[in-house]
Write a protein that binds this ligand. Structure first.
Ligand SMILES: Nc1ncnc2c1ncn2[C@@H]1O[C@H](COP(=O)(O)OP(=O)(O)O)[C@@H](O)[C@H]1O
Ligand SMILES: [Mg+2]
Length: 318
C-alpha cells in the first residue's frame, strides 16, 4: 500500500524501546510497508499558511538495544501531502506544544489523518477532560482557592490533591482534614492560591490498581493495571508502580461507551483512559502509552490495530 506516515516526537535516541508506544507504532507502520518519517515538532513550519516539516528524516527501525534506528537523508515535507501525522511529543502540554497544535490544525483533514486531532489535543487537558463525564468520576473539584479545597477535603474525609498539568504522579498527595501539612501542601500546589489544582475524593480501591484502558476510536482494545507499591498511593511506573495483566471489565466497557461518541466526533483516535476502582480519573490524548505492556500481557499487537485503522481512515478519505 505504501503510505507516508510522519511521527513528530521527542528525540528518538533517548527512548526506551521496551516501553515506548511511539516506537512500536513506527515499527508497525514500517512492517506494514509504509514510509516512516521522523522529526521533532519544533521542525514544524507554516509556509504562507501551509504546514511543513523542515528536515524530516526517513527512519528505519529494529528491536535491538543500542542499535534500534537508522536515519536517511533529511528532506522538507508538506504535511498535507502525507497520509498520516502522529503527534507523539510527550507532555508537559506547554506553550510550545500549544503552538504546534495551531500549526497542525492547518493540515488538510480531507487528505491526511491526524493522530490525534490537534484541536482536541488543545481542548483535552487529561484531568479536566474527564470532567466532561463527572458522573463517571470520583467527586472532583477544580479550584485555586485554598479555603474551597479545605472545605471539599473536610466534607470527604480523605482527598487527593493534584497539579493540573502534572504527570507521572508528581505532586499527587493524599490529604485528610486533620493533616497538619494540609495548609502547606495547598500553598505549594496552588502557588499560594494562584494556580488551579484538582481536589478529588480518595478512592480506597487504588490499592488494587489504576487501570489504563486503551481506546481505539472509542472502543476498548486492551488494558493494563498499575499497582502502587511501598505504601505510596501513586501507581505511576515512575514512582515504583508495578504493571500487571488486566481484563476489560463491564465497567470499563460502560465508561468507554459513554466517551465514544465524543471521542469519535473530536478525532481522538488513540486515547488512554485511567480508571481507579471503576471511576474515570484521566483521559490521556496527547501521547498515550501502555501499548507494549498490553501487548506482552495479552499476546496482541495494539500498534498493528492502530496503524491498520489509520490506513482505513486514509483510504476512506479517497
Ligand atoms: N482519587 C484518587 N484516589 C486514590 N488514588 C488516587 C486518586 N487519584 C490519583 N490517585 C493515585 O495517584 C496516582 C497519580 O494520579 P493521577 O491522577 O493519575 O496523576 P498523574 O497524571 O500524575 O498520573 C494514580 O495512579 C493513583 O495511584
Ligand atoms: Mg496517571
Amino acid at each position: 500500500m505504501g503510505m507516508t506516515f510522519v511521527f513528530l516526537m521527542d528525540p528518538i535516541a533517548s527512548i526506551d524501546i521496551d516501553g515506548d508506544s511511539t516506537f512500536v507504532l513506527m515499527l508497525a507502520a514500517q512492517d506494514r510497508g509504509h514510509r516512516v518519517l521522523y522529526a521533532h515538532p519544533r521542525q514544524l513550519e507554516l509556509r504562507a499558511g501551509d504546514p511543513w516539516v523542515v528536515g524530516a528524516r526517513p527512519i528505519t527501525l529494529r528491536r535491538k538495544q543500542g542499535d534500534f534506528f537508522e536515519l536517511g537523508s533529511a528532506a522538507d515535507v508538506r504535511l498535507s501531502e502525507t497520509d498520516a501525522v502522529f503527534m507523539r511529543k510527550d507532555p508537559p502540554f506547554d506553550i510550545e506544544f500549544l503552538m504546534y497544535t495551531y500549526i497542525l490544525d492547518r493540515v488538510d483533514r480531507a487528505r491526511t489523518v491526524l493522530v490525534n486531532d490537534p484541536q482536541a489535543l488543545r481542548d483535552y487537558n487529561e484531568k479536566l477532560a474527564a470532567l466532561f463525564w463527572p458522573q463517571l468520576m470520583p467527586p472532583t473539584l477544580i479550584t485555586a482557592d485554598r479555603a474551597q479545597a479545605r472545605a471539599f477535603i473536610a466534607s470527604h474525609g480523605k482527598a487527593v490533591i493534584k497539579p493540573l498539568n502534572g504527570a507521572g504522579g508528581a505532586g499527587v498527595m493524599l490529604m485528610t482534614p486533620e493533616d497538619r501539612n494540609l495548609g502547606s501542601a495547598l500553598d505549594i500546589l496552588t502557588n499560594e492560591g494562584r494556580q488551579l489544582i484538582e481536589v478529588q475524593g480518595f478512592v480506597a480501591a487504588v490499592d488494587a490498581g489504576d487501570k489504563r484502558v486503551i481506546l481505539l476510536d472509542g472502543e476498548p482494545v486492551g488494558a493494563v493495571n498499575r499497582v502502587p507499591t511501598g505504601g505510596d498511593i501513586r501507581a505511576n511506573m515512575h514512582v515504583g508502580g508495578r504493571a500487571e495483566r488486566a481484563e476489560l471489565s463491564d465497567r470499563d466497557r460502560e465508561i468507554a461507551a459513554a466517551l465514544k461518541p465524543e471521542l469519535v466526533r473530536r478525532g481522538l483516535i488513540f486515547v488512554g483512559i485511567d480508571v481507579i476502582g471503576g471511576f474515570l480519573t484521566e483521559v490521556n490524548v496527547t501521547s498515550p502509552t501502555g501499548l507494549q505492556e498490553v501487548d506482552r500481557f495479552d499476546g496482541v499487537s495494539l500498534e498493528n490495530q492502530i496503524v491498520e485503522r489509520v490506513e482505513e481512515k486514509r483510504v476512506a478519505l479517497g
